[in-house]
Ligand binder design. Structure first.
Ligand code: NI
Length: 174
């Protein structure tokens, strides 16, 4: 297990479409343990694999922060099958976009399928914060940031800050 470096806005891996996970082996489970450790170290509620530079369709969510008594959980190859008509607005942030939080409107509830770390298929219907975090993390697997969901005026207002984050990400790599 290890705390992995988090990729920032502007890194191409965050705009790529993540590939399906096919192998459910010890290596995958070790990677998941590292992702959970990284999420905790960064005090995040969720983390998607592309955020640590791995373009694979999985994310981890600290479900314990949402429902008491739950453990952090991996959602592998998640697919949203249905979204509620009803939407709500909540403030979001992202470990890959430090310093920016904005209100985002999303469906209030979703139904999804996913696999666990042993490859077992699950179906889940959820509402509220868990549905919100899942949508945010699943967006990462399609190269989408929460800032993409904002109005064009809001995006324009943020564009300088986002460019600065992308520039810092470049510098860190160099
Ligand atoms: Ni994020």
């Amino acid at each position: 297990m290890a705390v992995l470096p988090i990729r920032l806005y502007g890194d191409p891996v965050l705009r790529a479409k993540a590939k399906k996970v096919e192998k459910f082996d010890e290596e995958l489970r070790e990677f998941i343990a590292s992702m959970i450790e990284t999420m905790h170290a960064a005090e995040g509620i969720g983390l998607a694999a592309p955020q640590v530079g791995v373009s694979r369709a999985l994310c981890v969510i600290d479900v314990g922060l949402i429902e008491e008594g739950q453990l952090p959980k991996a959602f592998i190859n998640p697919v949203i099958h249905a979204s509620s008509q009803e939407t709500d607005v909540r403030e979001e942030g992202c470990l890959s976009i430090p310093g920016i939080t904005e209100d985002v409107r999303r469906p209030q509830g979703i139904r999804l399928s996913y696999q666990d770390e042993f490859g077992v298929e699950h179906e889940l219907e959820c509402q509220g914060l868990l549905a919100r975090v899942l949508q945010h993390e699943i967006d990462h697997l399609h190269g989408v940031f929460f800032t993409d969901k904002l109005s064009s005026i809001k995006r324009k207002m943020l564009s300088k800050k986002l460019r600065n984050i992308a520039r810092d990400a470049q510098k860190e790599k160099a």
